[in-house]
Design a protein. Structure first.
Length: 622
């Protein structure tokens, strides 16, 4: 006698719960062959299709089931997952929202909807979903990890750190929780701590590719370049379509001076994921690697898609700006620059009043005579040299020249001063700059040791280590107070050229001043005013180095640097472009060329387009 359909269905479900999906699916098919309207068989088979990466089949099965009975929340939620998997994101969102209208107390559905909204670049709504899921289930680790990532994308690092730390506390043996915490620590530039998180993740899961990616990023910042590259090559060897790993490898190879290898890596990233927009920009801006006509056409076509999200359109606009600049069409290049920056400016507008207040508070906390104006002789090595100023002011070139001397190590852009300020806040309970006047002489010495202890690993016997972090210009008074032997080199550049050079790059959205010409002009004036204050505070402990002078008078300006640092002259400094080292800035290709004047008075080539910048700087239009 044939088995009743109910018995076949129950047996198939039992097999499914035991992980025997193939046998279970045969049972469901047997049921549906007799009763095509069996809602349970349709939904349960759809789950198997989802789990076996057959989302198209899952969509068809669930839609059939919902035509018969749309009252249950779970099939709507499963349909949302299936639709997301096939790229029908708006329909997926609608399905998950229908599920939550039926059962609003489902943390899994809220978490899934949050993930989908994050993918749709609806970050605020995604955060609301993750928080709602956690109100229902405070121990939902997936929601904590996703909340951390969503807050990190919104630059809300404090909340991201708290969510990731709670996830680690709940599941200390899970690689995913340590990866989440590592990602936040990377953003906070706490590279040692981030590296340890990713190592812990790999101890929990030796095959975890995300941990390898994160560890590579941390090690690159810590100076272990060979291992950073090896980890990325491991990732692409294990997963040949890992676009993000190929892109990261391309960036690292460019920074190492291997433009051919970088171009191949960026092309591999695009081949792996033709919608990886950042790889289009990285490939387009790469010096010494020409784009084919079909690559240019593909970039333009991608950019011109009518419903493309801003998150993708912005890097493509910068890619097209590079392409047109290389072709000599500066008008078209500027058009795309302005479009790409406008997207960033809308996301995080510049607030000049906020910057003005911040600089006022800095000057109030560290007035003239705050720190000794004469450098204290210190025999302990290595000693820090701070190369700072506006981004794109010649800091990378200056560091490259200095690090070509055998007694100077170039450490690139570091997070160490930010870390030291975090420690100052911990000691006083007040943020920067209000924390600074509260520090005792003993605490200032302690903070100096804190910074120097973390600097030691950047040198291999050299007398000096260069910290080339442009934005350290905000902290000059604090630097001289905690490090009496520190030298400061202030890089200056013609304001119009400096601001234009910033505008031509896709700085992170947090650099709000960088995305609008008027904002750039206002911010530059704030920076210049603060540096005038620091000149009065620190006196001869800081010298100014003008980019235009360095380009026109390399031997003379190099001699000034040598004298300032009390070094023995070395001819290798004049052949800085031959020095092999990692350069982790957009200037990576420039510092590997002999000195050139191509970047002086560039702004004049752009004509009326730059008048808003000139007006904001308060300069006459000549």
């Amino acid at each position: 006698m044939a088995k009743p359909l109910e018995s076949i269905l129950l047996e198939a479900y039992r097999l499914q719960t035991q992980g025997k999906s193939a046998e279970a699916e045969r049972g469901y098919r047997q049921v549906l062959a007799v009763d095509a309207r069996n809602v349970h068989a349709l939904n349960l088979q759809a789950i198997i299709c989802l789990e076996s990466e057959r989302p198209d089949e899952a969509v068809a099965l669930i839609e059939r089931a919902l035509l018969l009975d749309a009252s249950d929340a779970e099939p709507h939620a499963n349909l949302g997952l299936a639709l997301r998997a096939v790229g029908r994101l708006d329909e997926a969102s609608a399905a998950l929202q229908r599920s939550l209208r039926i059962n609003p107390r489902n943390p899994a559905a809220l978490n899934n909807l949050g993930n989908l909204l994050a993918e749709l670049q609806r970050g605020d709504e995604a955060v609301q979903c993750f928080r709602a899921a956690l109100r229902l289930d405070a121990a939902h680790v997936g929601a904590l990890i996703n909340l951390s990532a969503a807050l990190l994308a919104k630059e809300q690092t404090e909340g991201a750190l708290a969510a990731a730390a709670q996830a680690v506390k709940l599941e200390p043996l899970a690689a995913t929780t340590h990866n989440a915490l590592g990602d936040v620590l990377l953003k906070l530039t706490r590279y040692d701590a981030a590296a340890e998180c990713f190592r812990l993740a790999l101890r929990r899961d030796a095959d975890n590719l995300d941990a390898r990616m994160g560890l590579s990023a941390a090690l690159k910042e810590l100076g272990d370049i060979d291992l950073a590259e090896a980890l990325l090559r491991e990732v692409v060897a294990r997963q040949s379509d890992h676009a993000e790993a190929f892109n990261s490898l391309g960036v690292l190879l460019e920074q190492r001076g291997d433009s051919g290898g970088a171009a191949a890596a960026f092309r591999a990233a695009i081949a792996a994921n033709p919608r990886f927009a950042n790889a289009y920009y990285q490939r387009a801006q790469l010096k010494g690697a020409r784009l084919r006509d079909d690559e240019i056409a593909a970039t333009q076509a991608f950019h011109d898609e009518p419903d493309l999200h801003d998150e993708l359109r912005s890097p493509l606009a910068f890619a097209l700006a590079c392409i047109h600049e290389r072709a000599g069409d500066l008008a078209a290049s500027f058009h795309f620059l302005a479009a790409g920056q406008a997207i960033k400016a809308r996301a995080q507008p510049y607030d000049d009043a906020k910057v003005a207040d911040y600089h006022r508070r800095i000057k109030q906390a560290m007035p003239v005579a705050w720190a000794p104006a004469v450098r204290v002789a210190v025999t302990q090595a290595p000693q820090p040299v701070f190369v700072l100023g506006m981004p794109r002011s010649g800091t990378s070139l200056t560091e490259q020249i200095l690090s070509s001397h055998p007694q100077v190590a170039g450490a690139g852009e570091l997070s160490l001063m930010e870390d030291t300020l975090t420690e100052a806040t911990r000691l006083t309970g007040r943020p920067f700059p209000e924390c600074v006047p509260l520090l005792s002489a003993t605490q200032l010495d302690e903070l100096g040791r804190y910074y120097r202890d973390r600097l030691l690993g950047r040198a291999q016997g050299e007398r000096y280590v260069v910290d080339k972090t442009p934005m350290n210009f905000q902290y000059v008074g604090f630097i001289t107070a905690i490090l009496p032997g520190a030298c400061i080199i202030h890089c200056r550049r013609d304001a119009m050229d400096n601001c234009l050079s910033i505008f031509k790059l896709p700085f992170e959205a947090a650099h709000t001043y960088a995305h609008d010409l008027q904002a750039l002009g206002h911010y530059y004036r704030r920076y210049s005013d603060l540096m005038t204050h620091w000149e009065r505070v620190v006196g001869s402990r800081m010298i100014s180095l003008h980019y235009e002078d360095l380009v026109a008078e390399l031997p003379e300006q190099t001699a000034r640097l040598v004298q300032f640092l009390e070094l023995t002259p070395d001819a290798r400094m004049l052949e800085f472009h031959k020095t092999e080292r990692l350069v982790k800035t957009p200037s990576a290709s420039q510092v590997r060329r002999p000195i050139y004047a191509d970047s002086v008075q560039v702004w004049r080539r752009y004509g009326e387009a730059l008048r808003p910048l000139s007006d904001a700087l308060g300069r006459s239009w000549t």
